[in-house]
Design a protein around this ligand. Sequence first.
Ligand SMILES: [Fe+2]
Length: 187
Amino acid sequence: MDPKLDPFTTLLDLKLGTFDPERAPVQVRTQADLRGFFQAEPPRPDQLVYRIMPVPVPTENSEIQCSTTILEPGTVGDEYNMTKGHFHTVRDRSEIYIGLAGEGRLVLATEDGRHRVEPMREGTVNYVPGGWAHRSVNVGTEPLVFFAAYVGDAGHDYDTIRRDGFPVLVGPGSDGPAVRDNPRYRG
Ligand SMILES: [Fe+2]
């Protein structure tokens, strides 16, 4: 075959999650960008929630996309700071997360309503099989940092999550992070 790309190397700061050199503009998500994903109306719309550092390659299933995410600590209403969460547009595409710093939960859900909550911290390797929507939640006091690699043509379906939510929510409880049913799931 005739290779489509030349090899390249990027240095990843394993604590901060930053790439040097950056391969693409950093994607910034504020509370305002997460309106409709949190249960509560964001109290500080301009507040940073997370940043994504992408390493873009062609969006084809022969390639592997990767990125890091830096998710700030904090809460909105009764929920910890989190990513929007998504199904892959091509539903059967899979993904791997590697935890670099902080303490988090990975919330996963299938289209038929099953869910799982997995740990995220330095050294965790989370496998996200095809068909499972996924959202990261920062349950700690430091930034949650993780590296993600996924099939190149996976795509991101955020709209299904904006409409339906996840079956469970993660927020502060009386004895640490608590997982509770989402009263508005598909409501
Ligand atoms: Fe994904």
